[in-house]
Design a protein around this ligand. Structure first.
Ligand code: DSN
Length: 484
């Protein structure tokens, strides 16, 4: 695909996909058509969604097979079903590659998603730090021996447990203790934000909040913060207040794997537990995983059946393939290019007058404040989509438009970097974005006030930009040589 992507045999992949689609079409042709249409759509647009990427044909093909049909609750070598020898092979390989890739003492690759990985981590911390004393007091040896009455006591105890995470409008994630998510119901939550002037994390303020709130869990990690986080300092804060540090690295796992984030910025040596998805900057299959220090390993291993259903063996196999890809030197080149490209995109936008939250980036995310164009994030997202530029709206710190309409648009470079985009292409992308946003205006509602959702793009500009975006992506084909 590019000089930062593993090569593949296009003729073999074409044959594989054509055959697969023809078998699918015999049963439900509309599904086969949708799969084909998705490839065409992804090939045609400028994909800037920060959490998306393009997995390799090897990763994708690993998921479409009979490993999917096997039940395998338990762990490698200790299953509740017979005949799991091949699942054992792929799960052990995925865990081994994850340990080697991240330099982690222990890896658990069963979580189906990022939220599942976080739930496994939360229960592991509770099991280590809350359940055991409570169980001892109740004279119970194992969580499976708890009576209904014991559970009622534990639920009451859990209600007193606290989690401190980054606030949503500063770029934190819903699963870090916020009300619409189970984490916000399991834990009493409080959050730390960013400095109102710079938009940057202020570690003194995080420490002050932690001293005041005394959390059981200090969460670090983000889905819309465009800067590095100093995990060594976060660990010092956690240690000072007796908290367990969990880092959710879902967004930047690829940058950790590619050693762009190292030393104080690598979460693995500093956190007690690290959670992640495998499909964002890491470029694997959709799924999650957990890395842990040895003292949390046994509790993490109980993820299934505590909070997870049966593992997905075909996805664990694809994780093994993706982690193996990420262990190659090429992946480090890719990870560095992701960050270099984000800097190029941020510079291109700033030079053209755009306002960026924190003024720039040092990861894969650029957070654009669109209020200067008189738009909400929702209008900007829609206008850009009309122009063939796929982004997502996102709240910015202290957002006056709330989490639905928002005042921001989040941009990310992992996907287009996989396609081979470099500084020149991202600068041109910045030009297209600014052109569209500068020429989009909200339409009036019936009472004459500006709509937060409706907008109009100046005549012909959306079509013109779509053509320019097509030209840009055509020079960097997605899955070159793959023909359906
Ligand atoms: N949906 C992911 C993202 O877009 O960042 C986070 O859950």
């Amino acid at each position: 695909m590019s000089d930062v992507t593993p090569s593949f045999d296009a003729s073999a992949a074409s044959t594989a996909y054509r055959s697969a689609l023809s078998v699918i079409a015999e049963v439900e042709p509309r599904v086969a058509d949708a799969i084909g249409a998705e490839l065409a759509d992804q090939r045609a647009s400028l994909k800037l969604i920060a959490s998306e990427n393009y997995a390799s044909p090897a990763v994708l093909l690993t998921m479409g097979n009979w490993l999917s049909d096997k039940y395998a609750e338990g762990t490698v070598g200790h299953r509740f079903y017979a005949g799991c020898q091949n699942v054992d092979t792929v799960e052990a390989l995925a865990a081994e590659h994850a340990r080697e890739l991240f330099g982690a003492p222990y890896a658990y690759v069963q979580p189906h998603s990022g939220i599942d990985a976080n739930l496994v981590a939360f229960w592991a911390v509770l099991a280590q730090r809350v359940e055991s004393p409570a169980l001892e007091r109740a004279g119970v040896r194992h969580v499976n021996d708890l009576t209904d009455e014991d559970w009622a006591t534990l639920r009451h105890a859990l209600g007193d447990q606290r989690m401190l995470g980054m606030s949503l409008d500063a770029g934190g994630h819903l699963t870090h203790g916020f009300r619409p998510n189970i984490s916000g119901k399991m834990f009493a939550q409080s959050s730390y934000g960013t400095d109102p002037g710079t938009g940057l994390l202020d570690y003194d303020l995080v420490a002050a909040r932690a001293r005041e709130f005394r959390p059981l869990i200090l969460m670090a990690g983000y889905s819309a913060y465009p800067r590095k986080v100093d995990f060594a300092t976060m660990r010092e804060i956690a240690d000072e207040v007796g908290a367990t540090l969990i880092v959710d690295m879902s967004h930047f796992a690829g940058l950790v794997a590619g050693k762009v984030f190292s030393g104080d910025f690598d979460p693995v040596p500093h956190a007690h537990v690290v959670t992640s998805t495998s499909h964002k900057s890491l470029r694997g299959p959709r799924g999650g995983f957990v890395l842990a220090q040895p003292e949390y390993a046994d509790a993490v291993d109980r993820g299934c059946p505590m909070v997870l259903g049966g593992p997905l063996p075909h996805v664990m196999a694809a994780k093994a393939v993706a982690f193996a890809e990420a262990r190659r030197p090429l992946f480090a080149t890719y990870a560095q290019a992701v960050v270099d490209n984000a800097v190029s995109l941020a510079d291109g936008l700033s030079r053209r007058g755009a306002r960026l939250v924190t003024g720039g980036t040092d990861n894969h995310i650029v957070l654009l404040d669109v209020s200067g164009y008189g738009l909400t994030g929702r209008q900007a997202e829609s206008a850009l989509l009309d122009a063939g530029i796929v982004t997502n709206r996102n709240a910015i710190p202290a957002d006056p438009n709330g989490a639905w309409y928002t005042s921001g648009v989040r941009l990310g470079t992992p996907a287009l970097t996989t396609r081979g985009f470099g500084a020149a292409e991202f600068d041109r992308t910045a030009e297209l974005i600014v052109d569209v946003l500068s020429n989009t205006t909200p339409t009036a509602t019936r009472d004459g006030s500006p709509s937060k959702a409706k907008y109009v793009v100046d005549g012909g500009l959306a079509e013109k930009t779509r053509a320019a975006a097509s030209e840009l992506v055509a020079a960097h084909p997605l899955y070159p040589g793959l023909e359906l």
